[in-house]
Design a protein around this ligand. Structure first.
Ligand code: FDA
Length: 377
């Protein structure tokens, strides 16, 4: 095989490694992905029925405060001025998320100032230390107090994990954003937006170099493929961004993931819900969120008589499903240590990205980590 490096996975991690190794280091790179498209989970495309760009794996909004990452991504795309604002439906009312002063005042039917709201939440949260909590419910109550926990966290979390929050480890919830002002922008980073012409156009520009060959529909773990673990490993250096346990044929056990089922629907209205993401906090609604993609691009002229939405359902992933969020149970963390040892011992293969590291990574984190790896390779 006449290449210097094989990169497995054309998500943002693999794209960044491929681009840097080719453009900065002059290497010939073969980038493979088992899907028929590039971009990994950020993949976006124009919906044929409406002309509206949809994010097939859930809403993606770029955000970072990392100057280096921001400068790097701007080589390939410009970003819109979109700011993400999420709402949640609870008992027939719509509240801003994450919980801020408007949420608190609407929920308690008050007009509290910041310090009064702080005192109220402190009194409701009680004296227990969130860091000492062992289960998710105890930690969330110690952070938010019981009324807000029961309204906005308990049933939503139970739907996400299909488990009673009292049975989930506290580590699932490392922090709960809680604001005592009226700031309702979901992300706090300095730079935010959506790529002006979509994620796929951005991804395509990253591999637009004669030294990068892209082969789609190629599963690296399928030994019948010409570019596979069996054919390549040990002969050409590999950067692998697929699932860590799958690479080792699950020899150390299965790492558990949550997956999402997104049910896309076209509706004959110009605006279905007035915003891009609406959460559903209550147990009597089976889905967790509704995405409405037209709102990600208010600057575009989309049709006024059609819109496309996706209802999101969450559940444990089987091997056949797309892995989305690592579960990271105690058993998973023990297996992960064994896999990391195996990964270090695997000659010529470097593991990275959210699947290869078994870590939830935002886009800017995946890119930052790939830039570091490309410097090191
Ligand atoms: P990614 O999963 O994108 O790419 C891995 C690629 O490897 C895939 O294309 C896969 O097909 C391929 N692959 C796997 N096994 C293979 C094999 N055996 N052979 C060949 N190819 C193989 N981030 C953010 O910053 N803002 C946001 O708004 C969101 N929103 C969001 C919503 C949802 C629902 C999720 C799950 C995630 C987000 N993210 C996000 C995170 C974002 O999706 C994440 O940062 C990137 O996908 C990480 O890129 P990777 O390249 O690591 O993985």
């Amino acid at each position: 095989m006449d290449v210097d490096l094989v990169v497995v996975g054309a998500g943002l991690f693999g794209l960044t490694v491929a681009e840097r190794m080719a453009v900065q280091r002059g290497r010939r790179v073969l980038l493979v992905d088992r899907r028929p498209v590039i971009g990994g989970n950020c993949f976006s495309e124009v919906d044929a029925a409406t002309g509206i760009e949809v994010h097939r794996y859930g809403t993606h909004v770029f955000h970072t405060s990392n100057e280096g990452v921001w400068a790097y991504v701007n080589r390939f795309t410009r970003f819109t001025a979109y700011r993400h604002r999420v709402r949640t439906v609870h008992r027939g009312e719509v509240f801003p998320m994450p919980v801020n002063l408007a949420t608190i005042n609407q929920f308690f039917r008050t007009a509290l100032r910041p310090d009064d709201a702080r005192a109220l939440i402190r009194a409701q949260a009680g004296a227990s230390d969130p860091a000492a909590a062992r289960d998710l419910e105890t930690r969330a109550i110690a952070l938010l107090g019981r009324p807000l926990y029961e309204a906005f966290v308990r049933d939503y979390t139970a739907k996400q994990w299909r488990t009673d929050p009292r049975l989930l480890p506290a580590s699932v919830l490392s922090r709960l954003p809680l604001r005592f002002d009226y700031e309702d922008c979901y992300f706090e980073d300095r730079y935010q937006g959506v790529p002006v012409d979509g994620y796929t156009a951005w991804a395509e520009r990253m591999v637009d170099d004669p030294r990068i060959e892209v082969r789609l529909g190629t599963d690296f773990l399928d030994p019948t493929q010409p570019v596979s673990r069996a054919a390549v490993a040990g002969r050409v250096p590999v950067v692998y961004t697929g699932p860590l346990d799958a690479y080792f044929d699950h020899a150390e056990g299965e790492l558990s993931w949550r997956t999402l089922d997104l049910e896309f629907e076209v509706h004959p209205v110009g605006d279905f819900q007035g915003t891009s993401v609406m959460n559903y906090a209550d147990a009597d609604t089976a889905f967790t969120r509704i995405h409405e993609f037209r709102h990600l691009h208010p600057e575009r002229s989309y049709p006024r008589d059609r819109t496309v939405i996706a209802r999101e359902f969450s559940r444990r992933a089987t091997r056949a499903d797309e892995p989305y969020y690592p579960v990271s149970s105690t058993a998973d963390r023990a297996a992960l240590l064994r896999y990391r040892a195996a990964a270090r011992a695997e000659p010529g293969v470097t593991f990275g990205g959210r699947l290869g590291s078994y870590q939830y990574l935002d886009m800017h984190m995946a890119i930052a980590s790939a830039l570091t790896l490309a410097d090191r390779l």
